[in-house]
Ligand binder design. Sequence first.
Ligand code: PBG
Length: 329
Amino acid sequence: MTTRTAVETFQRFRRLRRTEPLRALVRETTLDPGDFVYPIFVAHGRGLREEISSMPGQFRLSPDMLADEARELRSLGIGAVILFGIPRAKDDVGSEAYAADGIVQQAIRALKDADPDLVVITDVCLCEYTDHGHCGVVVRGEVDNDRTLPLLARMALSHVEAGADMVAPSDMMDGRVAAIRRALDEAGYTHVPIMAYSAKGASAFYGPFREAAESAPQFGDRRSYQMDPANAREALREIEADIAEGADIVMVKPALPNLDIIARARQRFDLPIAAYNVSGEYAMVKAAARMGWLDERRITLEVLTAIRRAGADIILTYHAKEAARWLAG
Ligand code: PBG
C-alpha cells in the first residue's frame, strides 16, 4: 500500500480531507441541476398560484403562470419538468386525462411556447382524473389491468400530440410500457422516449402529493398494483420487464427508502436510471427544518447526493430549484 510508510500500521484518510479544495478534488459524487427534473402541478384558472400546505414552497399553477416558471428553471440550469394535472371534473374513466384541451395538454403547450428547449415530461396515470381515485378502470371493485391499457396509451398519445417530449407512466399496470410504445409508434412518434416508473412501491411517502393532486383513492388502497416495499428482487424484475417492453429510462420510487434497489439496478442495467425523491421525503425535510431540528440546506444536498451516489442519473425532486441555487453558491 503506497499511502502507508514502514513505521505506520494505519492509513491516513484525513490527508485528503484537510481543506475544501482537496476534498473537492477527490469527491466521487457531484450534483448538477441538469440532472434534476422539477415536478409541477397544474390546475385550471388564471393567475393561480396556490401553495400546497403539506409541501411548503410548492404550488398549484394555472397555465398562464408557466412561462415565468420556465424562465426561472432555465436560469437555474434545470432543463426538465414533469407535469401533474388537477382536472376540472373527474369521472369513472378519467376523461380529462386524454382530452385535447385537458389541463396537462394546455400546460404542455404553454411551456413549449415559452421555451421550446425545456424538456417537458408528463406523468401518465389516471388517478388524478378518476372520481374513485384509482390509477385504472375499476370493474367490480377491482382495478382492471387490461381495460386500463388503451386509456393510458390514449393519454400518452394526447400528451405527445400537445407537444410533450417524453411520457412517464406511473400507474403500475402490467404491459403499459408496451401499449404506450405501440400507440406512439403507430402515430409516428417513434422518437419520443418513455421514462417508466418501473419499481414504484405502495408507499405512504406519497401522502402530500395526493393532497396536492387531489388523487387519494376513495376506497381501498393501491397495493393491488403498486409494489410491496418489502420486495427487492421483484423490483428488479419490474425494471427488466419495462426495459423489454421498450422503456428508455427506468425509475425507482420513492428514492430514499429504495437506495438499495437503485444501487442494484445500477449494477444490473445500463439504461439511464431515474429516482423520484417524492412528496413525503420533501415534506419531512421541510417540517424538520421549520421546527429548527435540521439544517435544511445541508440535509437537502446530502439527500440528493446519496440518491446520486446510489446510482441514479436523474433525480425528480421538489428541491430542484433551491438545490440549484445552493449549488451555484
Ligand atoms: C400518480 C403518481 C403519484 C406520484 C407520482 N405519480 C401518486 C401515487 O401513486 O399515489 C407520487 C409523487 C410524490 O409523492 O411526490 N400515480
